[in-house]
Design a protein around this ligand. Structure first.
Ligand code: SF4
Length: 325
């Protein structure tokens, strides 16, 4: 049986909305609104949804880079929301993040050697010579020439910079990596190379991934399971194959209809969702998807759908799972 590495229980992140002369709190943006998930050691869980669905906020809340409003984050059996800043800093060795924009996340004044040795220095790991050796070995591992270690971020391409971002996340030997849209800013030709690299290092370092992405086609191959989010809530969770071949939530179906099929003889009907995502400061009543759902009924406007397990391991929040579209 697989070991649960991360157990997130009913996590919420509400951002206050202030207004008026005294800047009083007038409401809240419910960026993440009651998400629960378990991730097993060595697993990749994909998290997908349109921008504004809360997926990146969820990733950052799990690392406590932004403080959650409520809920539990159990990592290796401990509730890390109870950890002090010092405990959390030590814990971050085991939980790392790779950001979408590698250029923005790298200090332009630091050489690659400085960028990659800094985390080891901060955590008091290894001596100077060992750190430099580790940097060169990691550069090789991520497909960068170690002789480039004295170069600066602007001297690299976007794909190479993301390789540096991955090396920096690996430098402390983490257990969990949150990949926050790690290929979204890269050319399509480079995306698959970076995904292949992520798969390779996952095996070599026995890593567990939370892979946050806008695009379902990106997470399809790398993920064991996929969670679909809409407006801060969980819409559907299933194994990758099950979600792709048997989506039950109308939102998942719409997202999947946009994924290109490599066979030109297969024609797919694209489901175009009407309207914009509603404001998470004022989410719709009942099912939050009802304002855009092609099969919404009266019940959907009034009753929040339960999170139900329809088949083993296949969960959905919909009154009419599998119907329509
Ligand atoms: Fe659509 Fe209703 Fe299901 Fe929500 S509960 S996804 S509105 S059918």
């Amino acid at each position: 049986m697989s070991n649960v590495l991360l157990d997130v229980q009913n996590i919420k992140k509400y951002f206050p909305v202030r207004g008026g002369f005294l800047k009083t709190v007038q409401g809240h943006v419910r960026a993440v609104d009651g998400v629960s998930l378990q991730v097993n050691e060595g697993e990749t869980l994909g998290i997908v949804g349109e921008s504004g669905c809360g997926k990146s906020t969820l990733g950052r809340s799990i690392l406590r880079l932004i403080e959650p409003t409520d809920g539990k984050i159990i990592f290796e059996g401990n509730d890390i929301r109870k950890y002090s800043h010092a405990q959390m800093r030590a814990m971050r060795k085991k939980m790392q993040i790779v950001f979408q924009d590698p250029y923005a996340s790298l200090n332009p004044r630091y050489s690659i050697m400085q960028t990659l040795t800094e985390p080891m220095y901060v955590h008091g790991l290894y001596n100077g010579k060992e750190r430099a050796e580790r940097v060169r070995a990691l550069m090789q591992k991520v497909g960068l020439d170690p002789s480039y270690a004295s170069r600066f971020p602007h001297e690299f391409s976007g794909g190479q910079r993301q390789r540096i971002g991955i090396a920096r996340a690996l430098v402390l030997n983490p257990k969990l990596m949150i990949l926050d849209e790690p290929v979204a800013a890269l050319d399509v030709s480079v995306q698959s190379q970076v995904i292949n690299l992520l798969e390779d290092v996952q095996k070599d370092f026995n890593l567990t991934y939370l892979f946050v992405a806008y695009d379902l086609s990106v997470v399809k191959h790398i993920s064991n399971r996929v969670l679909v989010m809409y407006l801060g809530k969980m819409a559907e969770l299933a194994t990758s194959d099950e979600l792709f071949f048997n989506p039950l939530h109308p939102y998942s179906k719409a997202l999947l209809s946009a994924v290109p099929v490599p066979n030109p003889e297969v024609r797919k009907e694209r489901v175009i969702l009407q309207g914009d995502i509603p404001s998470p400061a004022n989410p719709p009543s009942g099912c939050v998807f009802h304002t855009r759902c092609p099969i919404a009924k009266e019940q959907c406007k009034k009753e929040v759908p339960e999170w139900r397990e329809i088949q083993t391991g296949h969960f959905v929040a919909c009154h009419y799972p599998g119907e329509g579209v």
